[in-house]
Each structure stands twice: as structure tokens, then as C-alpha cells.
Design a protein around this ligand. Structure first.
Ligand code: SAM
Length: 342
């Protein structure tokens, strides 16, 4: 159910597009909101087809304006409204791309929830609503995901014009494994939450991508060195796509020492190698058999005991299962019954 006040406001846009909120850029408003959608630009996947509204997430450059895609330009030019973190900032990007006359509305971390109803109302009325952030992909350490969740829950069309994202750019250029990775965004700034997240990151076996502010980089790298050990591999990507782009690769301790010895300027992404997987050979058979026997003697089924021991020691289930079978064949007494009823 769309709030009638919001509908009224939308009507107001049509009647007088200059009548905007204080924080909106209304200088160049005045487009015809009945003027159709941007189906051609949006919709290779059939989304945003003519007459149907759509929420379109549009990726924008993380530094180099040349990274704004032609499809992003098409969609932003023809959108009925563009929601953005900072209207002045986005206006500059649009001007650079030769786009004028599109209404801008603010959507930032403090008002995202308040904007949800009007976005839903707008899409429901057949409009094309674009969402951009200051840089990169909206929703990635930037506003957008709550609006997307609400629009999806309302059963309306969502489309995306993919663009640069600092985390992915840093990951692929890091030289660290990319087959499996996780994104942690910004770590909590302090306290128990930070400590617990640092522990999780240190134990993670996949490559981890982190965002950090330049002024906090040295402290975060020092924390990572303490949690992960000095020798873990790391890459620090700075000012990607910009004039002073730099990708430093080495150990965590090396990165921490470098960051503490000179002021870090610009934007940075940390890409941390995963924790080494426990090698099967690192754990002898004895402790595994012992752990199995304790569980089986306590009445656990073989399958459950094998799962638990594999998880506890961080090794392949197959190996523990083979040990359980061997133990069963060698000696039926320690708790693995020969009949295999467990
Ligand atoms: N939505 C953006 C994206 O998709 O990458 C991220 C926005 S987040 C608020 C900003 C952070 O992204 C910065 O603090 C930095 O960690 C990273 N970042 C953005 N642009 C960057 C660049 N050109 N080089 C390195 N890191 C960048």
C-alpha cells in the first residue's frame, strides 16, 4: 500500500518538478515524468520494459571518469529520477557525461530508510528510478541495499548496470587467489566488535577484501599482523584508476611497517591472503582415532562422530571415515561395532 502522501508528492513532481526537498538538486528538474521509461538502455534482460517501472542500480567510476559505461550514460540520461548520495557530487559526474535535466534526489545512509516508500511508489507508477553512489557500485559499503530489498519485496523490477567496484578491482590486481574470496568492507572501528571481526578475518581461509580509510590503514595493518602473523601475504591497492594508482604486495608486517613510516594518501583497499588450510599430513592418525573412539564409546553413530572429528581437526571427512572403517575392521571393541549399525 503506497502512502497517499508520497503519491501526492510524486504528482507534485509532475506538476512542478522544481518543487524539491532542500537537499535535492532541483536546478535542472523539469522533465516530463509521463515521458516513458528507459527500456532500451535498461533491458537486455527484459527488465524495465516499456511501461513498467524499474529500479536500476548504476555503477559509477571509482576515480577515472572514463570508466562510466555508455550504458550507464544511457540509463542516467533517460531516468525519471536519480537517487544519489550527494547531489552536488553526482551532478558533476552527470555534467561530465553531458547529462542534464534529470531530477536528483538524495539517498544517503541517514535517509535511505525514509526514501523507501517513495522509491517503491515511483517504480510502481512505471518510472525508471536510478540509484548511484558517490563512487563504484551502490550497495557496496554504500547506501542502496535496503532500498533494493524493499523494492524486491514489493515484487517490482530491479535491474543493474554494472560498473567499477574498488574491492573487485583490487582483488583481481592483487596477485592473491581469486577463486574463493570474501568481502568484509570496513572493519568496526574499535572495541569487542573489532577484535572479534579481526579474529574471524585472521581465521578465514579465503582471500579477504577490506576497505579502510587512509588515516586508519597503519593501525589496521598492525592489528592484522598481530592476528594473522607477520608473514601472511597481503596487497594494498591505493588510488585505483587514478593518477597515483599503486598496488603494493608483500607480507602483513611489511605493509604495516610501510604504512606507519609515511602518511598514506588517497583511497585504499586491503587484500589479505587466506589462512593456510590445515594440511591432512599435519594431523597424525592417533589423535583422530582417539577422538573417534571417545565419541563412539559415548554412543554416537559413526557418521556423526566422523563429521564432528573432521570439523574439529579441520580435515577431510573422507580421511576420518577411512580411519573409522579401519578401526572397525581391526578391532570391533573400541566402540565401532562390526555390524555397522552405528
Ligand atoms: N561503493 C564503492 C565500491 O563499489 O567500491 C565503495 C564505497 S566505500 C564508501 C569507499 C571505500 O572504497 C574507500 O574507503 C576505499 O577503501 C575504497 N575505494 C574507493 N575508491 C577507491 C580507489 N580508487 N582506490 C582504492 N580504494 C578505493
Amino acid at each position: 500500500m503506497i502512502d497517499p502522501e508520497i503519491l501526492e508528492e510524486l504528482e507534485g513532481w509532475e506538476d512542478d518538478a522544481d518543487d524539491a526537498d532542500d537537499d535535492d538538486d532541483d536546478d535542472e528538474a523539469g522533465i516530463d515524468y509521463d515521458g516513458g521509461t528507459v527500456s532500451d538502455a535498461v533491458g537486455s534482460a527484459g527488465q524495465g520494459s516499456a511501461g513498467r517501472g524499474a529500479l536500476v542500480l548504476v555503477g559509477t567510476p571509482i576515480g577515472n571518469l572514463g570508466d562510466l559505461s555508455p550504458r550507464a550514460v544511457d540509463v542516467l540520461s533517460a531516468a525519471d529520477v536519480i537517487y544519489c548520495e550527494d547531489t552536488r557530487h553526482s551532478r558533476k559526474l552527470l555534467t561530465h557525461a553531458g547529462i542534464s535535466g534529470v531530477r536528483l534526489r538524495s539517498l544517503h545512509q541517514h535517509n535511505e530508510v525514509d526514501r523507501i516508500d517513495e522509491v517503491i511508489a515511483s517504480v510502481a507508477r512505471g518510472r525508471t528510478v536510478a540509484v548511484v553512489s558517490d563512487a563504484g557500485m551502490p550497495g557496496i559499503s554504500d547506501p542502496g541495499s535496503r532500498v533494493v530489498a524493499a523494492v524486491a519485496a514489493a515484487g517490482l523490477t530491479i535491474s543493474v548496470i554494472p560498473g567499477p567496484s574498488a574491492g573487485l578491482a583490487a582483488l583481481v590486481a592483487s596477485g592473491l587467489p581469486t577463486e574463493r574470496f570474501c568481502f568484509e568492507g570496513f572493519l568496526p572501528r574499535s572495541g569487542k566488535e573489532r577484535r572479534s571481526r579481526l579474529t574471524t578475518v585472521a581465521e578465514e581461509s579465503r582471500t579477504t577484501v577490506l576497505y579502510e580509510a587512509p588515516g586508519r590503514l597503519a593501525a589496521t595493518l598492525a592489528d592484522l599482523a598481530r592476528e594473522c602473523g607477520d608473514d601472511r601475504e597481503i596487497a594494498v591497492a591505493r588510488e585505483l584508476t587514478k593518477l597515483h594508482e599503486e598496488i603494493w604486495r608483500g607480507t602483513v608486517a611489511g605493509a604495516a611497517s610501510r604504512a606507519s613510516s609515511m602518511p598514506v594518501r588517497g583511497e585504499v583497499v586491503i587484500v589479505l591472503a587466506g589462512a593456510p588450510e590445515v594440511e591432512m599430513d599435519d594431523v597424525a592418525d592417533g589423535p583422530l582415532i582417539e577422538a573417534l573412539e571417545v565419541r563412539l564409546a559415548a554412543g554416537e553413530r559413526t557418521r556423526g562422530a566422523v563429521d564432528e572429528v573432521a570439523a574439529e581437526f579441520g580435515i577431510a571427512r573422507r580421511r576420518v571415515y577411512d580411519l573409522a572403517l579401519a578401526a572397525r575392521n581391526d578391532d570391533p571393541t573400541p566402540g565401532v561395532p562390526p555390524g555397522g549399525t552405528r
